[in-house]
Design a binder for this molecule. Structure first.
Ligand SMILES: Nc1nc2nc(S)n(CCO)c2c(=O)[nH]1
Length: 159
């Protein structure tokens, strides 16, 4: 069953825009992941551990058959492929892929907490996420207007 997932991707070391491009290219190249939306790039002051360089952040929407643990493994593989080393937890990073949402599903395990526990308090996550979700919302409004114009009884639709 296809599931929609949303990632936050950040970088504050090296060629930051190139790092984002490389991460998105690796997601696009993945055989069983479709990238369906990519936000604009936002330059953001570091939160949490603030004594570090500004980040570039984006949000992306994905469609996939993978389960959330497989998606987590793919994100960690991309971070490793792009040379991420974990000096300390909140430190600077070449690339960071965080799973924000995985369909309507919820996880709270050692390895995986979804929805991401800090996503609703971080503007660097919410602003790019709102941008790509609004694209879908605008399309939804178009569909709803068309349905209204047809003035059909929804019950008449054979499911
Ligand atoms: N602005 C900003 N601050 C951050 N602090 C951490 S940790 N990170 C890494 C993601 O959790 C970021 C980030 O991506 N952007």
């Amino acid at each position: 069953m296809m599931t929609t997932a949303y990632l936050s991707i950040g970088t504050n070391i090296g060629e930051r825009e190139q790092n984002l491009q490389d991460a998105v290219k690796l997601l696009i190249a993945h055989k069983t992941i479709s990238v369906t939306a990519i936000s604009s790039i936002y330059e953001t002051a570091a939160v949490g551990y603030t004594d570090q360089a500004d980040f570039l952040n984006i949000a992306v929407a994905l469609e996939m058959e993978l389960d959330a643990y497989e998606l987590l493994a793919e994100c960690q593989k991309i971070e490793n492929d792009l040379g991420r080393v974990r000096e300390f937890r909140w430190g600077p990073r070449i690339i960071d892929l965080d799973i924000l949402l995985y369909g309507q599903q919820q996880y709270e395990t050692e390895k995986l907490i979804i929805p991401h526990p800090r996503m609703y308090e971080r503007a660097f996550v919410l602003v790019p996420l709102e941008e790509i979700m609004t694209q879908n919302y605008d399309m939804l409004v178009g569909v709803q207007k068309a349905l209204h114009a047809l003035d059909i009884e929804k019950e008449g639709v054979n499911l």
